[in-house]
Design a protein around this ligand. Structure first.
Ligand code: ADE
Length: 253
């Protein structure tokens, strides 16, 4: 039997394009979530919408590790850009993740997850390498298909970034909060609401994982503008194209 991959997103719009391509789908419900098993690009996959936030993401990741016994997990979706060099429409492949709202100080250092000795949780290096390569190639290829959506949203030439992604149970939507995050965590490329929770569960479960995000906003006062449209028209199709480019290159085990 080949490898089984979990493909997860927080929002329905982020998963829709992948779901539409799923072959021989079988849907099962656990803990209020619909798990869609099937085949995609020659591989056995499980597609699931986790819901928003760290608890929802952690619950989903644990079910995928424990109940479905998946061999690797890829979390895809959108994030807010935190670096001036990262623009809306760019893609971020996380190399490490941190919970920006974790604070058990003075008992433990700020951002450290108590009793783990860590604040930064690394993603699987090989999986992240492969996804970053797929992202660069898909962006070249998909530009043609997504050109009008990119242009309508003022997106020029999307690029791929790799590095620190931070997560917390807050949609960051003010310049004040963005500045505070950047001051506290100057290396952070992007902010979202699930990745670091998935990272913690996957490390506990010894499950290789990666996090792939399209930048939908700049985590400032205009963060909500065009958000829904961006997710449905750009991030969903682009994330799906990248994941499928990667899947097609994975040798069946
Ligand atoms: N996901 C996408 N944009 C975000 C933001 N600004 N804050 C938190 N999560 C996000």
């Amino acid at each position: 039997m080949g490898l089984r991959f979990a493909l997860v997103a927080a929002l329905e719009e982020e998963l829709r394009t992948l779901l539409a391509a799923l072959q021989s789908p079988v849907t099962e419900h656990h803990a209020g979530r619909a798990f869609h098993r099937g085949r995609l690009d020659g591989h056995e996959v499980v597609l699931v919408r986790s819901g928003i936030g760290k608890v929802a993401a952690a619950t989903t990741a644990l079910l995928l590790a424990d109940r479905y016994g998946v061999d690797a997990l890829v979390f895809t979706g959108v994030a807010g850009a935190l670096q001036p060099a990262a623009s809306i429409g760019d893609v971020v492949v996380a190399r490490e993740l941190l919970q920006h709202d974790m604070d058990a100080s003075p008992l433990f250092p700020r951002h450290e997850v108590p009793l783990t000795g860590r604040s930064h949780f690394p993603t699987d290096a090989d999986l992240s390498d492969a996804l970053a390569r797929a992202a660069r190639d898909a962006l070249e290829a998909e530009r043609i298909g997504l050109d009008s959506s990119f242009a309508a949203l003022g997106i020029d030439r999307p690029r791929v970034h790799e590095g620190l992604v931070v997560s917390g149970d807050r949609f960051v939507a003010t310049s004040l909060e963005r500045t505070a995050l950047r001051t506290e965590l100057p290396d952070a490329l992007a902010v979202e609401m699930e990745g670091a929770a998935v990272a913690q569960v996957c490390l506990d479960c010894d499950l290789p994982f990666a996090v792939l995000r399209t930048l939908s906003d700049c985590a400032d006062d205009s963060a909500h503008v065009d958000f829904g449209r961006f997710v449905a028209e750009v991030a969903g199709p682009l994330g799906a194209a990248i994941v499928r480019t990667w899947l097609r290159r994975v040798e069946p085990a």
